[in-house]
Design a protein around this ligand. Structure first.
Ligand code: NAI
Ligand code: MG
Length: 346
């Protein structure tokens, strides 16, 4: 069996961490008796400076035939605005391939210490990935006058809200049976009340799942004060974006935060990437932590149906951090951490 993977390293440390993850994934595949082939694409801010685009015009069509996409990070050099790199590459891929569920697991790997006293949390954040506050609908009028107005409209569709909540219920059912649905329905009286209503409608179909609706501010506090009270958290695009940075912080930092952009219907490839960016401050120093990307790679294997190999990669990661390797920022070099994980696989 063989899987074709589109590899988009991007900029800065994106290059280091995807190379690291790839060597781990190749080793895992070899042990498990399947093949992974990589086709690398240079789409990045560097590519933008050369061509005026983050990816070629037919970029989406090029990616469509792959089994999955492994992505590093974009955003560097500084003269390419972050809104260009995001709207020119990542967001179009998520939208075009209907990767509506952005999954981010938050738990402490053995030996990694976070800022909290609680060590026994295991939260799966599910962020809506295609609409909501990041729909890009809006505009500005009376620019550069005292009457200037900027409008940015959130778009929530019944189909979009229902499918992400349903995905959340299914994940909760497969885990500890608890779902936290996140809104701000006291202040946002249309979209968030709508979200709460659909949550209640679906709850009737999942009597085995305990669902609780939280306001986003209260849930942000709960993630810090009582993270062990949470199982699956489902939130809109913006709220999920913010909450998962809290999740990354409590699991020890961005070096550990993995993510998957999933197309649950499998009509197009899903994309796997670390939560972090291109980290220009440490690019080329060889000290980027590859664990977030290796973990994302394990999620890719799982999505491809190679669950045993995915489990072995996670075990190897845990064995590595349990030995104190890769457990602090800049403590171990990228290649040393990678070599330890590869060795733990054998
Ligand atoms: P960042 O995630 O690149 O870095 C934030 C801080 O965390 C930095 O101090 C960095 O050194 C550290 N850090 C991040 N990943 C690390 C790792 N694997 N190991 C060790 N330390 C790590 O976020 P920042 O600085 O806000 O953005 C830098 C650039 O990345 C910007 O251009 C931004 O737009 C872009 N970006 C791209 C993303 C993507 O491609 N998905 C996501 C977030 C930011
Ligand atoms: Mg974010």
């Amino acid at each position: 069996k063989s899987y074709s993977i589109a590899l988009i390293p991007g900029d800065g440390i994106g290059r280091d961490v995807t190379a690291a993850a790839w060597s781990v994934l190749e080793t895992a595949a070899k042990h498990a008796g399947f093949a992974l082939t990589a086709t690398e694409f240079p789409w990045s801010c560097k590519f933008y400076k050369e061509t005026g685009r983050m990816m070629p015009e037919d970029g989406i069509e090029t990616l469509r035939g792959f089994d999955a996409i492994l992505f590093g990070a974009v955003g560097w050099p500084a003269e390419v605005p972050d809104s260009v790199s995001l709207h020119g590459l990542l967001l179009p891929i998520r939208k075009a391939f209907v990767q509506y569920a952005n999954i981010r697991p938050h738990r402490l790997l053995p030996g990694v210490t976070g800022p909290l006293r609680a060590e026994s949390f295991d939260i799966l954040c599910i962020r809506e990935n295609t609409e909501g506050e990041y729909s890009g609908a809006g505009g500005r009028v009376h620019q550069d006058t005292l009457d200037e107005v900027a409008v940015e409209t959130s778009i929530f569709t019944r189909a979009g809200v229902e499918r992400i909540l349903r995905f959340g219920f299914e994940q909760a059912r497969a885990r500890r049976g608890k779902l936290a649905s996140v809104t701000k329905s006291n202040a946002q009286k249309y979209s968030m009340v709508f979200w709460d209503e659909i949550t209640r409608e679906l709850a009737a179909e999942y009597p085995d799942v305990t669902v609780t609706s939280y306001h986003v501010d209260a849930l942000a506090a709960r993630m810090i004060m009582a993270p062990d009270s949470l199982d699956v958290v489902v939130a809109s695009n913006l709220f999920g974006d913010i909450l998962t940075d809290i999740g990354a912080a409590i699991q020890g930092g961005l070096g550990y935060a993995a993510s998957a952009n999933i197309n649950p219907g499998r009509s197009a490839p899903s994309m796997f990437e670390p939560v972090h960016g291109s980290a220009p401050d440490i690019a080329h120093l060889g000290i980027a932590n590859p664990i977030a990307t290796i973990w994302s790679g394990a999620m890719m294997l799982d999505h491809l149906g190679e669950t045993a190999a995915a489990g072995r990669v996670m075990k190897a990661l845990e064995a590595t951090t349990a030995r104190g390797i890769g457990t602090g920022p800049g403590k171990d070099r990228t290649d040393a951490i990678t070599a330890a994980v590869v060795a733990a696989l054998s």
